[in-house]
Ligand binder design. Structure first.
Ligand code: FAD
Length: 393
């Protein structure tokens, strides 16, 4: 990024992938930047994500384009940072339809956009993806996307932050519940959990599933479809799994240390949000995911659970990213999105550039907060049904 604007002090709230990426890009461009986050880095959704890097399925042209740029940025990062290849992988992904469904239309759509998508007959599964149990694949076959992959954000976020610090950024972990300090309609900085005020010219709100509540506290309503969710981490397994799998009953991706991460919509719906805000995952859901994952893997390996990661899965009301200025409050910028693993590098780069140059990125034009009537209650906005999600990864 090139900028002739004077360096500004920017405070970034949130130590997930979006905050870390924005912080790094700001620091690289010469801004004075402070990242403040409630606990340790990477303790939110970014620590418990399937993190499948993709532009799979039907999407608007604008969103598909953004996601393709996003994937490209990871390829470039990986080329320049060989050590990252342990946790940024492009080993391909496979998906297939459930009973009484077909993925032929999805395949046709993907091909129509030029997306790297290959139809695989059951008989060819073992050759293309030897880690997949061909018998579990839908009778019609499967879609294989050779250019997709996965990211392990608890490895990547510290790398982004180290890069930011090397370029002069300050990082405050364990800062508690940080709030935006607004005075006379403009940001004055942030207020840390202990009441300390930190002055800033610009503030980036990147607090994942907490964004809607934090904006609401500032009088701005944003349609919110954030559910409670969880992933299950298995113990290390002794077979090699490289392909990301999105199947009717389970999604699977490997980790750098030889485990699997599993999730599924049916399991997500079983999460219980307790009165104190904590999350309980029923034992049947844990065992169910282990069983479903074993079925779709070649050799049906025995899988055991290491840990559950449960919490909010940030999703704007219409499913698409919300990035850029908060019109009502001068100097405040928001980042709130699903698919933040895929989008992390590009959104941080584009938002940093906007903040430092003052020029709006045309790539983000469809993803502004002001596409919503921010005075409409979230439940009303979501129930219009204008958006039909294709998948939630
Ligand atoms: C189960 C699941 C599966 C997913 N699968 C995929 C996938 O396959 N592909 C994909 O691309 N994406 C996927 N995602 C989405 C992706 O993981 C998220 O979009 C991304 O991690 C969000 O990053 P974030 O930085 O916005 O939020 P987070 O990672 O949640 O980070 C927010 C940070 O803000 C901090 N914070 C919160 N409130 C405050 C406060 N008041 N003061 C200070 N700090 C605060 C938190 O402690 C946290 O560190 C998935 C998510 C989940 C949960």
């Amino acid at each position: 990024m090139s900028s002739t604007a004077p360096a500004k002090h920017v405070a970034v709230i949130g130590g997930g992938i979006l905050g870390a990426s924005t912080c790094m890009h700001l620091a690289r461009a010469g801004a004075q930047v402070t990242l403040v986050t409630a606990g340790p880095l990477a303790n939110g959704a970014s620590s418990r994500s399937i993190a499948w890097l993709n532009s799979s399925g039907a999407r608007t042209a604008e969103y598909h384009y953004l996601r393709m740029l996003a994937i490209d940025r990871y390829r470039t990062w990986s080329a320049h940072h060989p050590e990252s290849r342990a946790y940024i992988r492009f080993d391909g992904a496979m998906k297939w339809a459930g009973d009484n469904e077909t993925f032929r239309d999805t395949f046709a759509f993907e091909r129509s956009t030029g997306y790297h998508s290959v139809w695989v007959e059951r008989a060819d599964v073992a050759r293309i993806a030897p880690d997949v149990n061909a018998d579990a694949v839908a009778e019609e076959g499967a879609i294989y996307n050779p250019g997709e992959g996965w990211l392990n954000m608890p490895d990547f976020i510290p790398a982004l932050v180290a890069d930011a610090v090397a370029n002069g950024a300050e990082v405050l972990e364990n800062a508690g519940d940080v709030r935006v300090d607004v005075q006379d309609g403009a940001v004055a900085g942030v207020i840390l959990g202990d009441g300390t005020r930190l002055a800033a010219d610009q503030v980036v709100l990147a607090t994942g599933g907490e964004v809607p509540a934090q904006l609401a506290a500032l009088g701005v309503t944003i349609p919110d479809a954030t559910p409670a969710a969880f992933v299950l981490f298995t113990d290390p397994i002794d077979v090699e799994v490289k392909t990301v799998l999105n199947t009717p009953r389970v999604a699977v991706r490997p980790t750098p240390d030889g485990r699997l991460v599993l999730d599924s919509d049916w399991a997500e719906q079983s999460v219980i949000v307790e009165d104190d805000g904590s999350f309980t995952v029923p034992e049947e859901s844990v065992q169910g995911l282990l069983d479903e994952a074993s079925k779709v893997l070649a050799g049906n390996p025995r899988l055991t659970a290491q840990k559950v990661g449960a919490g909010l899965k940030p999703i704007p009301g219409d499913g698409e990213p919300v990035v850029g200025p908060v019109p009502a409050i001068t100097g405040l910028h928001v980042m709130f999105t699903h698919s933040g693993a895929t989008l992390g590098l590009i959104l941080g780069e584009l938002l940093a550039e906007e903040i430092l140059t003052g020029a709006s990125s045309p790539v983000l034009a469809s993803f502004r907060l002001d596409r919503f009537d921010t005075g409409v209650a979230a439940s009303e906005a979501v129930s219009t049904g204008a958006w039909a999600p294709v998948n939630q990864n």
